[in-house]
Design a protein around this ligand. Structure first.
Ligand code: FES
Ligand code: FE
Length: 464
């Protein structure tokens, strides 16, 4: 490991102050740092590109991004998923020009070089000698291939061909992600194409918040409690007459040396309200029947035991992972949304914050359901998720209002020397009997998980 140096002589590692847990704000707007991130972070880590249900048929394809690089994600006739760089190796023209489609031949419009869905070179319209001579073998004329993996149907890819496996990258956090993405027999599918919109903010403002910033719920999203209070007569969220989000602060926060983070939020209040009983007196099965996991019905819960361990089921029925991130730019939400009639509707959503320059990100929002969820539930989930998250969602309009301001702040002559502070550490420790792995702390009003996000950012930025 060495410390990477910027052109003005500043070392990247000098922008992070481990003793006081601060990060210089310059990192949120500096074009040179941004360029370095494209290589050292997005060029090295596993990046989420979408879900296999978006390209269900042979020869389907979609165009996505790994950092600043456009990539083509395809399904071939053998049902294999491939990810290739969307750059023609001839002169660099973009090969796929639409967002998605179906074709067995990807042909470059410039001089007509053609490629298979797996990226292999097929040929060019005129004689071989004329188009590409004999200097390079055909095996070197294909599209550049990324290494890809399917996880719960989610498509991840990396340019780091020899790097860590996807499982190693997830580390201890996988135990928790499996509770969400690997829990049913048939798995998940998308409810339509993702919502996509631009935000004038550096990708890290959203990325670090996704590393499980629970604290801001009490302030930025305070209205959630207030609305809950008004809806109370219909049987919704709050227990008393005061707007109160503090129960949402009970739970367990998990983070990892690879910057992944998640919040496991206590379901006790919801179960109490639904059953009138103390959750501690209920068995796992009784809890599952009273409140099936977000996005599932009572009829579906029998599948869980075959896919998850007893300990995972314990966590799923008491404090399931509901909001969190995956390094570098992913947010997941598997949340329980109280309805005016007292019932609960789940929402399953994933976002990526695609970097589009130092001052811009593209917010990409996928909405999911389990494949065997009944139609009525899928409709409710889609409606609830659109109302709360993504482009038009009430909650995430709050969040995406803050990111541009932080980015602008980081451009000021003074502002860029200010620091982001991650000092709210309570070191609350693992609750007794908590069965899951990882760096585990009780409660959400602290900054550990995001600090770990920055430490991994620093590690990658300084890696050779
Ligand atoms: Fe693609 Fe020439 S740039 S064929
Ligand atoms: Fe938020």
């Amino acid at each position: 490991k060495t410390s990477q140096v910027l052109s003005d002589g500043t070392k990247i590692s000098d922008l992070i102050y481990p003793e006081t847990r601060e990060v210089q704000m310059r990192v949120l707007s500096d074009p040179e740092i941004y360029q370095m991130e494209m290589e050292k972070i997005f060029g090295k880590t596993w990046v989420l590109l979408g879900h296999e249900s978006e390209i269900p048929n042979a020869n389907d394809f979609m165009v996505r991004d790994i950092g600043g690089d456009s990539v083509i994600v395809t399904r071939d006739k053998q049902n294999e998923i491939h990810v290739t760089l969307n750059v023609c190796p001839h002169r660099g023209m973009r090969v796929a020009l639409t967002d998605c489609g179906n074709t067995q031949i990807h042909k470059c419009i410039y001089h007509g070089w053609a490629f298979r869905p797996n990226g292999d070179f097929i040929g060019s319209p005129v004689k071989r000698e004329c188009m590409h001579g004999t200097m390079l073998p055909e095996s070197e004329l294909g599209l550049k291939k990324a290494r890809s993996v399917l996880y719960g149907g989610l498509i991840f890819a990396t340019w780091n061909i020899e790097g860590p496996s996807f499982d190693d990258f997830l580390g201890d956090a996988k135990w928790y992600y499996d509770i969400l993405f690997q829990r049913t027999d048939k798995g998940m599918e998308v409810l339509g194409p993702p919502q996509r919109f631009m935000v004038n903010a550096n990708w890290k403002t959203a990325g670090e918040q996704s590393a499980a910033d629970g604290f801001h719920t009490l302030t930025l999203h305070r209205w959630l409690g207030e609305v809950g209070n008004y809806a109370k007569k219909g049987g919704a969220e709050t227990d008393d007459d005061e707007p109160d989000l503090t129960p949402e602060m009970y739970g367990v926060e998990v983070s990892s040396p690879h910057g992944h983070a998640l919040r496991c939020i206590d379901l006790a209040r919801k179960i109490r309200r639904l059953t009138g009983l103390e959750p501690d007196d209920l068995s796992v099965q009784e809890k599952l029947n009273a409140l099936p996991p977000a996005g599932m019905t009572k009829e579906m819960v029998d599948q869980l035991a075959g896919n998850l361990s007893e300990d995972q089921l314990k966590v799923l029925t008491s404090m399931p992972p509901q909001v969190g991130g995956m390094f570098p730019n992913i947010l997941f939400g598997f949340v329980y949304i109280p309805q005016p009639d007292g019932s609960v509707v789940g929402s399953m959503t994933l976002h990526t914050y695609i970097p589009r320059g130092p001052n811009q990100l593209e917010f990409c929002n996928w909405i999911f359901a389990e494949k065997d969820a009944p139609e009525e539930l899928r409709e409710k989930m889609l409606k609830q998720t659109i109302q709360l998250f993504g482009t038009s969602g009430m909650v995430e309009q709050d969040d995406s209002d803050t990111w541009p301001h932080m980015t602008l702040s980081a451009k000021g002559a003074m502002g860029r020397h200010m620091t982001l502070k991650y000092q709210a550490v309570y070191e609350t420790g693992k609750p007794e009997g908590w069965p899951g792995p990882g760096i585990v702390n009780e409660g959400f009003t602290k900054d550990d998980t995001q600090w770990h996000w920055w430490l991994y950012w620093n590690e990658l930025m300084n890696a050779e």
